[in-house]
Ligand binder design. Structure first.
Ligand SMILES: [Zn+2]
Length: 144
């Protein structure tokens, strides 16, 4: 997977399918679907999913800013608030990913927007503790 995300190759006045976006930017189609889950708007619910070029450009621009922002481990960057925010502890979830990673998702405690980010499984315990959250049963076995 290359990382040559070049928003300049995106044309604002046309729509792209997931595959087209992945080919254009040299990313895996799964990555594009993750972006959609992370808040990249889609034109409508019809298949194939169409992504507006203008939306995609904005999303990538925000995404780059996210990486520049220094979030604390227990904070997540909220696209709506445009700053790191604490996730609502009740909504906090960790989804196991390969290579010892996890996706941390939760609703922004300020605006209620869904935010997510990649964290290391090693940090899941300390993040949960910081947010004052007891691990529910479903997640316990992942901490053995
Ligand atoms: Zn927010």
């Amino acid at each position: 997977m290359s990382s040559r995300n070049n928003p300049n190759r995106i044309k604002s006045h046309r729509s792209y399918t997931v595959i087209e976006v992945s080919e254009l930017l040299g990313v895996h189609p799964k990555t594009v679907r993750n972006w959609i889950r992370a808040g990249l708007p889609i034109a409508d619910e019809k298949r194939p999913l169409l992504i507006d070029g203008a939306d995609l450009k904005i999303f990538l621009k925000l995404k780059r800013k996210t990486y520049m922002h220094k979030c604390e481990p227990h904070e997540m960057y909220c696209f709506k608030c445009k700053q790191p925010q604490l996730p609502d502890a009740e909504s906090l979830r960790f989804i196991a990913k390969p290579a010892g990673m996890a996706v941390m998702t939760g609703y922004c405690c300020e605006c209620g927007c869904l935010a997510n980010k990649y964290v290391s499984w090693r940090d899941v315990d300390s993040i949960s503790q910081k947010l004052g959250r007891k691990l529910p049963k479903a997640e316990k076995h992942l901490n053995l």
